[in-house]
Ligand binder design. Structure first.
Ligand code: FMN
Length: 216
């Protein structure tokens, strides 16, 4: 039995979507293969403070340029007043779906040296993104799903939490359990809330010497 044989159906489907040129699907780690970003969460599920601590711990141990760690996080569990203060600044579609998440996190990037327009680190956004990716997979290991998003009012949210000018609330993340109905949809469906996922092929993203990349 291969590792892939033991995967959930959705994980194998996800791997199969990556096949190039009829080659056997590369074997992704099940945590990676099963990750996707829902817009429907179980509105009654509560994450524990230990879950939140573990998710933050994952960010803390992410690599960063020169170990600059240019990140900070505002976390609000649904039971906390912080959750309501974060929810107040959601916009667009996220205002409809993100409040059902058990945990909302604002992802802050240390962009500038205080009082200057000098970049704090050339890699600040890169490093924050990597820390958020680590949080996403720690959450996945805890049985949670995550969706990162930009649909929030940046300036009012920064004012709400007295975020200084040299920091930026770059993105937010919503964490929670899949709603029971959604968890029972084994494969991506034709429509919301579990639409099919599309990716560029491995051939398109592999940049060989002398190649030019063609993009739509
Ligand atoms: C930086 C960033 C910003 C995003 N912004 C939004 C957003 O504003 N609203 C939303 O519904 N999803 C948002 N997403 C989620 C992406 O649409 C989603 O990750 C992408 O379609 C790939 O789907 P998957 O995560 O299920 O593989 C964002 C993701 C990232 C990484």
């Amino acid at each position: 039995m291969t590792v892939a044989d033991g995967w959930p159906t959705a994980a194998r489907a996800s791997a199969a979507a990556r096949v190039d040129d009829g080659a056997p699907p590369p074997v992704l780690h099940p945590l990676l293969a099963a990750r996707w970003s829902p817009t429907t969460f179980d509105p009654s599920y509560e994450v524990t403070t230990a879950d939140v601590d573990a998710i933050l711990e994952a960010a803390r141990w992410a690599p960063s340029a020169g170990n600059s760690q240019p990140w900070a996080f505002i976390t609000g569990r649904r039971a906390d007043p912080l959750h309501a203060r974060l929810t107040r600044h959601l916009t667009g579609s996220s205002a409809a779906w993100a409040p059902s998440a058990s945990l909302l996190v604002a992802n802050l990037c240390h962009r500038y040296v205080e009082g200057t327009d000098w970049e704090y680190s050339e890699f600040a956004h890169y490093d924050l993104g990597q820390a958020v990716a680590h949080m996403t997979f720690q959450a996945q290991a805890l049985g949670l799903h995550a969706r990162q998003f930009r649909a929030f009012d940046r300036a009012p949210l920064a004012a709400e939490f007295t975020v200084p000018q040299h920091w930026e609330i770059t993105t937010m993340s919503a964490f929670g359990r899949l709603s029971p109905g959604l968890a029972n949809i084994p494969e991506p469906a034709a429509t919301e809330p579990r639409p099919p996922r599309h990716r560029r092929s491995t051939r398109e993203i592999r940049w060989a010497a002398g190649d030019s990349i063609s993009r739509d």
